[in-house]
Design a protein around this ligand. Structure first.
Ligand code: NAD
Ligand code: DAU
Length: 351
């Protein structure tokens, strides 16, 4: 079946994997990637598919409602997969308003543009909003987030994502817009901007720079291979129920400090360093404000109802990820020059 699908944030980390999957797997679909190309957006993430005839890129900002109305009129999208966001918790602590504008106002603009073009005839249409497990707040030592867990966001980032989730569901309940939402745990893999834990630490180990561990490194995250998230998005886009929510997670909980030690060990081997050498770079720094202790996802609904499960064991995934960053030295060099250095200095020198 022919479809024209808008993917927002397709030049970012997860978005680029989703664009690649859809462009390659569905030659009959026209995939339009809309991205503002902020510091986190990079067209180099899509080099391998940029010449495909079913792919096009549009540079634009989802906070611009008139631009979106024109874009939807031009392409007459059948579906939207919405990933564009400000996504980094630390940046949200420094500049919350930017997160309200892109994550909340931008999402409402997209909902309005979809409603406007679909004119309340929703046959064959779908608005898929990609969200995060951080909206559920934090867990103690036990338990998992389910789709029924109440929202309890603690950072400006998670508050802005929670707000956008509420708007998406409100457009379903108020206007009947055919929406679906998924909430996913921490992703890792290729093309992640190196200000997030895993690529940042790979890059620092490579350059023999300190590894800034927030607090005591006791916080727990549930890590999922990014390509498994992209597969889940494919399954939910095509088979999820209108108005429904699906949790996506890796069943793969790690305390930060344990994860960091595994990375150090693997990197010692890859870089031919004596065992224990990279661990010496670990430096405990001031904790992140409002730092959630533990996230862990129950994704049994997605497994039971739509047949998805993670494909990759973490040990294999982290090794593949480290290999990718070591082999894509030019990509790392390109994204860590310029503004990155300024950000790095502001974020870490005063901790
Ligand atoms: P990212 O920061 O790598 O990419 C975000 C993309 O959005 C970038 O390409 C950026 O240029 C674009 N963008 C930002 N503001 C925009 C605007 N105003 N208009 C148009 N484009 C804009 O983020 P990511 O890690 O790939 O996350 C993608 C989505 O998945 C986000 O909605 C995030 O909340 C969600 N999510 C991320 C994770 C994770 O572990 N990274 C986990 C769960 C959910
Ligand atoms: O849970 C899903 C979320 O995962 C997504 O919604 C976010 O977009 C994504 O950025 C990610 O958020 P986190 O805050 O969990 O990811 P981050 O990589 O920033 O941090 C992971 C953990 O590592 C967290 O407990 C903070 C810690 N950390 C992070 C950095 C950057 C450090 O100890 N030192 C660091 O320098």
């Amino acid at each position: 079946m022919k479809r024209t699908i808008l993917i927002t944030g397709g030049a970012g980390f997860i978005g680029s994997h989703v664009v690649r999957l859809f462009v390659n797997k569905y030659p009959d679909y026209q995939i339009v990637n809309l991205d503002k190309l902020t510091y986190a957006g990079n067209l180099a993430n899509l080099k391998d598919i940029e010449v495909k005839s079913n792919y096009s890129f549009v540079k634009g900002d989802i906070t611009d409602s008139n631009f979106l109305i024109d874009l939807f009129a031009k392409y007459q999208f059948d579906g939207v997969i919405h990933l564009a966001a400000e996504s980094h918790v630390d940046r949200s602590i420094a500049n919350p308003l930017e997160f309200v504008l892109t994550n909340v106002v931008g999402t409402v603009n997209l909902l309005n543009a979809a409603r406007n073009i679909w004119k309340d005839n929703y046959e064959g249409k779908r608005f898929y909003h990609i969200s995060t497990d951080e909206v559920y707040g934090t867990l103690g030592e036990n338990g998992l987030f389910t789709e029924e867990t109440s929202y309890d966001p603690h950072s400006p980032y998670s508050a802005s994502k929670a707000s956008s989730d509420h708007f998406v569901r409100a457009y379903h309940d108020t206007y009947g817009l055919p929406v679906v939402v998924s909430n996913c745990s921490n992703n890792y893999g290729s093309f992640q901007f190196p200000e997030k834990l895993i690529p940042l630490f790979i890059n620092n180990i490579r350059n023999n720079k300190p590894l800034p561990v927030y607090g005591k490194g006791e916080n727990v995250r549930d890590w999922l291979w990014v390509e498994d998230h992209a597969r889940a998005i494919d399954v939910i886009y095509h088979n999820g129920l209108d108005g429904d929510t699906y949790n996506i997670g890796g069943h793969n909980e790690w305390k930060n400090i344990d994860l960091i030690k595994v990375m150090c060990k693997v990197m010692d081997k890859k870089l031919n360093r004596p065992e224990g050498e990279s661990e010496k770079l670990i430096t405990y720094v001031k904790d992140r404000a409002g730092h959630d202790l533990r996230y862990a996802i129950d994704s049994s609904k997605l497994q039971r109802e739509l047949g998805w499960k993670p494909s990759l064991q973490f040990e294999e995934g982290i090794e593949k990820t480290i290999d990718w960053y070591l082999n894509n030295h030019d990509w790392l060099e390109q994204v860590t020059s310029g503004d990155y250095l300024k950000y790095y200095e502001q974020q870490y020198t005063k901790r």
